[in-house]
Design a protein around this ligand. Structure first.
Ligand code: SF4
Length: 375
């Protein structure tokens, strides 16, 4: 006999970003994913292929609320199943055997796939305590403040267990919001912003077409900090190439010293096919730094950094530095808590020295990472 809860579960799904891009901290906390916008309003950074050719738009409050309602309906059916079957372990087994009978998740298509992904996302979220939510896609603060507050409040009323909502945000958008608007968003429950800084050097920012200067970045992020947000800044070792490596390291550290974000996330640059920076790299006008050059750049950056942030190497593919036959090694620990500065600054310096003591041919060059998928 098929359980009626399983039959009903087949009716629900909500929207996900096709890119599945989200911070590692949101992956490990199994955050519920709520899609607030489609794609990126800028979409012109020369290194980025995340939303290429895709149009940006804000979803309507009604559409997002419908997704939240679908999430609640899935939660109710999973709760009912857990009570009936005696725990979440049984629910997982029953869902797998019912939805994946005779097939793998890779074979699911269209609404069947969306339905399964929605159930898995809600199941994992509940199993991890239903505490964190991540808004998709690249810049959700761009939505009108009253609309976004309405979405956040509806979400929190629907799920009182939520402790943290996080989102990517673009600096130009933060600059346009008033301090009071940012405070409203924070008070409503949007607590953490993930911001792509990449570099604090204006020449590098111009070259990669980030669309913002270092000064604009510092001022907008400081305002967001003042509003109360927890700030995670993303930095790209190697994005200055050979020519601008040192200035990239020094000016990025200088800017971060002014901001003193809660987290500094390092995402070494890997050329992505289909981007204009990849074409520059192929033609030779942009030269990738070698692994030792990257470590020396990192050394300058870390030496100049005077912050109370956590410095994180939490993306293990981009941060795998060297290999033995068949195995990749991480020089730095890959967790989302990283190293607490200034207390662990010397530890990071020691690890850089360890990396430099390893022959360069054992290291993984960024050019060997090009084919790796995004995570
Ligand atoms: S703002 Fe972010 S998502 Fe948009 S193009 Fe730049 S890096 Fe890509």
């Amino acid at each position: 006999m098929i359980l009626p809860e399983l039959e009903r579960l087949k009716e629900y799904f909500f929207e996900f970003s096709e890119s599945w891009i989200r911070p590692t901290s949101e992956i490990v906390s199994h955050s519920l994913l709520i899609r607030v916008t489609h794609n990126c309003p800028w979409n012109r950074c020369k290194f980025c292929d995340c939303y290429k050719g895709k149009k940006f738009e804000c979803r309507s409050v009604e559409e997002i609320k419908q997704d939240i309602d679908a999430t609640r309906a899935i939660r109710d059916e999973i709760d009912a199943l857990a009570k009936k079957l005696g725990g979440m372990n049984w629910v997982a087994k029953v869902i797998d055997s019912y939805f994946l009978y005779n097939k793998s998740p890779m074979e699911l298509k269209g609404n069947e796939l969306k339905n399964f992904q929605s159930i898995v996302n809600v199941f994992n979220w509940l199993d991890f305590g239903a505490r964190t939510v991540f808004f998709q896609d690249a810049d959700n603060v761009i939505m009108s403040t009253p609309d976004l507050v309405e979405v956040i409040e509806y979400l929190k009323q629907t799920f009182p267990s939520i402790e943290r909502i996080a989102s990517y945000a673009r600096v130009k958008t933060l600059a346009k919001k008033t301090l009071e608007e940012l405070r409203e968003l924070y008070r409503a429950g949007l607590l953490r912003l993930h911001i792509g800084f990449e570099s604090g050097d204006d020449e590098v920012l111009r070259h990669i077409n980030k669309g913002v200067t270092s000064k604009e970045h510092i001022s907008a992020v400081k305002k967001a900090k003042e509003a109360g947000f927890e700030i995670a800044e993303y930095v790209m070792p190697g994005i200055g190439g050979r020519d601008r490596s040192e200035q990239h390291a020094k000016n990025t550290a200088r800017a971060l010293n002014e901001i003193d974000p809660d987290f500094i996330m390092l995402r070494p640059y890997i050329p992505r096919k289909g981007t204009s920076l990849f074409e520059e790299y192929k033609k030779g006008s942009f030269q990738l730094t070698s692994p030792h050059e990257r470590l020396r750049e990192l050394k300058i950056f870390i030496d100049e950094l005077n912050v109370k942030s956590r410095v994180c190497f939490d993306q293990p593919v981009m941060n795998s530095w060297y290999r033995d036959p068949g195995r990749r090694y991480l020089l730095f620990k890959p967790d989302s808590d990283g190293y607490k500065f200034p207390e662990e600054k010397d530890r990071v310096r020691e690890l850089i020295e360890e990396g430099l003591a390893i022959g360069e041919s054992v290291h993984i060059h960024a050019k060997d990472q090009i084919e790796l998928p995004h995570l």
